[in-house]
Design a binder for this molecule. Sequence first.
Ligand code: AMP
Length: 428
Amino acid sequence: MPEFRAPRGTRDLLPVDRPVWERLTSLAGDLARRYGYAGIETPMFEQTAVFERGVGAVTDIVEKELFRIQPRTEESEAWSLRPEATAGIVRAYVQHGMRTLPQPVRVQYVGPMFRYDRPQAGRYRQFWQWDVEAIGDAGPGIDAEIIELGHRFYTEAGLANVQVLLNSIGDPGCRPAYVARLREYFERHRSELPGLELARLASNPLRLLDSKDPDMAALIAGAPRIVDHLCDACREHFDGVRAHLDALGVPVRIEPSLVRGLDYYTRTAFEYYREGAEGQQQALGGGGRYDGLVELLGGRPTPGIGFALGLDRVVLALAEEGIAAPEPVRPAAFVASADPADSVGRLRVATELRRAGIAARADLGTRRLGRQLEQASREGAHFAVILGDELRDGMVQLRDLRAGTQHAVPLDELARSIQRGESTHHHG
Ligand code: AMP
């Protein structure tokens, strides 16, 4: 047993693990380009107050799961590792006066988030999210753009059966009356509530709808539905979101108990699940509208909406569905030589090829030619470049390891020959 291990709830993503992550990250980048979401990067830690306000002080994320940084001195500010990206991005929007830019400001970011969760499959203390935000547009069109974008990410990643669960949670105008009804309903069923849920009934009855306790399922199903108690403006907004999503053909299921229970979240709330896995805790991603958040973090009242997709869970889902991870990049050329001592020659030729844009490797040890060629096949190289006596005349041997052919090539045409061979192989 090694003395040091990665901290509980974290994982090393080793070279064999990385290709699928790189594919997901580049897919996110490509979708961002197509949809017009610019990159943004905020610090991995912020003043704790940003999260207390920007996520909510009475949420599990802040109450139980925040990674607080031990201050070094008494004057140090209280910092925490970010549990999610929205609060920091909205803090940056306000700090940099981004309301003077064309609205909405569309931004996106892939990076690690930190929550002191109880580790289990699909639940880590450091995990990765693709976070997308559009700040400065009240919708409903932008809501649909964002929801469809998240759905497309899953589809293009290879998950064909992802469904959107959608709800509207109203606004500060209509929600209080609904919450009062909900409290009344659960009060009537007080004796059936598990202990933990009783505490929630006092602090925030909406969160009862979010309960994962199986004993709550029947009660939740019978509870008043917020979609039946929306004010006209929220109802119209919700209908607008659905009409836009219908027009785009996004598979949506209205889920009246989806609340993502925070006070300043408004109207649109959504989550992504694989079909058949909707009842489970493990959403692939989720998001919503936060029309009160910019103001809470010190800006002018500004609407906003966004999502966070959990990449760890996408990687797990792809593996479960048996979708093969992409192959690691194979070298186009492996430079070997008859003289085991000539590592200088091998490295020099490999460097020339790399300069020409070719993925090249070379044996930098002192192995015999046979061993070098074995290594070339093990690495899956397309060509072996073999340096020998004819190097005096500026010639090398180019062996196509896939076709099993070999011929002499002038050194100064080597890069071009390899490129030509690579392209006929790929396209021919
Ligand atoms: P949330 O804002 O909590 O709904 O998180 C958004 C998404 O991030 C979730 O749907 C998950 O895919 C992912 N996520 C949240 N917490 C974790 C975690 N501890 N480990 C892995 N993924 C997570």
